[in-house]
Design a protein around this ligand. Sequence first.
Ligand SMILES: *Cc1c(COP(=O)(O)O)cnc(C)c1O
Length: 518
Amino acid sequence: MNAPNPSGWRPAMGVAAPEGFESPTVSGDRALMLEEPLIFELREPGTTGVDIDDLELEPLDTLAGFLRAEAPALPGLTEPETVRHYTRLSRQNYAIDLGPFPLGSCTMKHNPRLNEKLARLPGFADVHPLQPQQTVRGALAAINELAVWLIELTGMHGVAMSPKAGAHGELCGLLCIKAAIEARGEDRTVILVPESAHGTNPATAAFAGFSVESIPATADGRVDLAALTAKLGPHVAGVMITNPNTCGLFERDMKAISDAVHAAGGYVYCDGANFNAIVGKVRPGDLGIDAMHINLHKTFSTPHGGGGPGSGPVVLSEALAPFGPLPWTARMADGTVRLIEEEDAATEMPTSFGRMAAFHGQMGMFTRALTYILSHGADGLRQVAEDAVLNANYVLRSLDDVLDAPFGAAGPCMHEALFSDAGLAEGFSTLDMAKGLIDEGFHPMTVYFPLVVHGAMLIEPTETESKAGLDRFIASMRSLAERAKAGDETLKSAPHFAPRRRLDETLAARKPVLTWQG
Ligand SMILES: *Cc1c(COP(=O)(O)O)cnc(C)c1O
């Protein structure tokens, strides 16, 4: 156990004393950049944030002999120390309200404050999943209103609202496909997945009991239609295609792909994580898609990335909707909305594949997404897609003279701009660029994804970033690219100005130390 460290003093790690000063500050803090030890290093045994009287009665041992003999070794902090500890730590974090979050594929949306206001209305915030249905009619009607919008925007037939996030939605879609194939009495065991797919796609297919075969890409970063068609046959249950794909490109052959898959008896799953680039412009139903998850937390705002919940409703075609999960949100003939549960399934949804989640979905996320949709309207949603694509192309064309853009010559991108490490000086990598961005005060872009591009840097600027904000980011990226091309060694040890310097990430991932070892 470390010695108590009452003053919390700790030398600032990694930051050199400013010019003219012999040492960093005594406190370890640098003006408003505050250092903070681990809570266990602040420990002062015996101190607590609350006053609790000593227990005078013998405690009843209802724990079959497992009652603690000694108090747990909890860190002892007063109430103000506890508040300061967590507030100091929170200030070392990056957040969407501090600056751009250029994470490609993650779609860090603008989260309007209006969403939060409505999500906190007691009628939405305080509902309990076990309440009798007749006491939550308003909440169910709101879920149904969102469902109607999702169906309208995608041109699909039905929607399963309960999946908890994108990957869970993928599982829901594939279980629908599995049930549909079983209902036809067929045995199809293969799912085709493009090489550039998000890792969740092959993982989901395997989890659902399918085997995975990969589809190669063409030189311009899209699915190779001829190669895909050649793989189709009576053993193929379906394909999982991301559109726009993870290289930030629209799959122009999508309708031809769907037609070929359907002709061969398979189903088309679309990974809809990038729907924000085409919402209001293209309806997946018109492209022949049978199932697609919508990451509400990517396309329709709702905060994520800091541990906030996701929500991944799955829109389904007429062929797959009857196989959807329970509970299923349905509008009844009298206009009320009801959840079809197991007890009604035999009569009302006999082909459902069953339950895949304990409850009905994320009410807070439904409320935020519905608020976002209603406050934007159909025209506003279309503009969201247009602005996302415009911003990404501005980034692409502002950097493609200093960074390699593997598919840049093929034309405009969609909502994210893809670069590679080709052309950086020997020994310089994408990681150095990402760490340099931290010194510049930006959250790094997505790195080393998609895997089909060596040293990938995937940049997705949120649609609400202004031109001035994008110019600042671009200026930082240009400077980093120039330093990496010129072989500036200082970049290899970035970040220099962050509370912590470059970590051994491999060691941290392989041998994480998750408990305090005093
Ligand atoms: C984010 C993402 C997923 C997974 O979605 P989660 O909500 O994180 O489970 C799947 N595919 C793509 C392309 C994604 O960007």
